[in-house]
Design a protein around this ligand. Sequence first.
Ligand code: NAD
Length: 489
Amino acid sequence: MPDFDPKQIAAPSGHFIGGRLTPGEPVIDVLRPSDCQPMGGIPDASDDLVDQAVNDAHSSWRASGWGTRSPRERARVLLRWADLIDRHADELARLEAVSSTRPISEARTFDVPFTSDCIRFFAECADKFGGDALPTRQDSLGFVVPEPYGVVAAIAPWNFPLSMASWKCGPALAAGNALVLKPSEMTPFSILRVAELAIEAGVPAGVFNVVQGRGQSAGAALVRHPLIGKVSFTGSTHTGAAIMSNAAQHGTKPVTLELGGKSPQIVFDDAGDIDALAQRILRGFTSNAGQACVSGTRLIVQRGIADRLIDAVIAKAAALEPGPTWRESTRFAPIISEAQATRIDAAVQDSIASGAHALCGGEYFDTAGKGFYYRPTLLAGVDRDSRAVREEIFGPVLTVQTFDDEDEALSLADHPTYGLAAGVHTQDIGRALRAMRRIQAGTVWINRFGRTYDFIIPTGGFKGSGIGKDLGREAFEANFRYKAVLIDF
Ligand code: NAD
């Protein structure tokens, strides 16, 4: 495929309410991350606008009977939506690439097909999972009836705009809810086009809505709205806490929180081929330039292979060339914004000032003022108190710690705040499973690192990395409330 011209990509704008684009004054400028040029603007939804969107969603949900129609009918509509997304894959991949950090090659092969397949997975859940009959006394019958909440609020981050939105839309709509989604103000566009396709597929107007705006205004107004029955959030741990508190104060609504991480990659001496391992470690912390919640940002490696593995990772890191997301050959993504790039560099420089040393990287690529690209960085000389080990940096930064035995490895892997994911690399299955049991994380990958298209595998964090699950049967079931019924006869 040839590179494409970003200027030819028109960004839809406004909110999406009642089944159509709803204009609003574009008060938030949105930049293309690849070169920081303006891409358009979006409104910042006022309390009144959020109120209108949620009320509209609620009355459309009632009037359309979306929550009461047969699950198979809902599934059919959602499957059509997924097919339409596939049919517009090229257009969506370009829009996603220009307006986010996702290189076009990945937007086309991962983000867009992941989005449609995720919706398909949840469409297929619609008539597969329901309530249970319960073992009660012989002269009674007890059972649990799942019911949709009504209107679910979803708040999404910027790092994988479409696929993160699909984690929310798929289960909420398949379970029979209406949805009001607020994308990140930095990546607001691609979901608008996907929303138009939802209507074309037959999702009733008003059942899927998008409101635009800043988190503290539009996002907070959405969370506290009285007709919101449940909140599903993906973003930072700090924001997750604010949302949980807001939801608690305004109706004690249930929340699902997919939050930050600081995931360890534990590599034992017997883990196998160094080159393959180095590639896995590299991908684990440089995919999307490290702007991924599950990034494997802490390498914990056994002393016997540490030097060879680290050298191999450094060699591969040196070969990564940054480039704009609309270039076909780009494999290394830009940083989303100047503010995020500054945060990454500050965390690196601060760690170096407190005793760490950079084995490679530790600085920006020189891109002549066009966008912000940070060199893959390995930091050694760190301990569990170093800022680079403690904090989620959300950039291509890997800390390196060595160990002698299993106990030490697992003790280093344990993080005081986060527990999102972990990688364990060893050919000894007993050791791998012992580690799996002891690691406090919502996902443990053994001899691999990163998510797959296995939507049945739930994702979610322990500790400060979150509450509840996205994906899997768990995410579908979390979009219902459960009514217990007991009949005496
Ligand atoms: P963020 O927390 O800054 O923002 C996420 C969303 O929340 C945005 O839409 C933002 O506008 C909104 N928001 C901000 N303040 C709000 C408030 N007070 N009330 C309501 N909404 C508010 O996160 P980000 O910078 O967009 O994304 C990066 C973070 O997301 C990282 O910490 C990353 O680890 C996390 N993340 C987690 C997962 C996961 O599955 N666990 C997946 C992707 C990203």
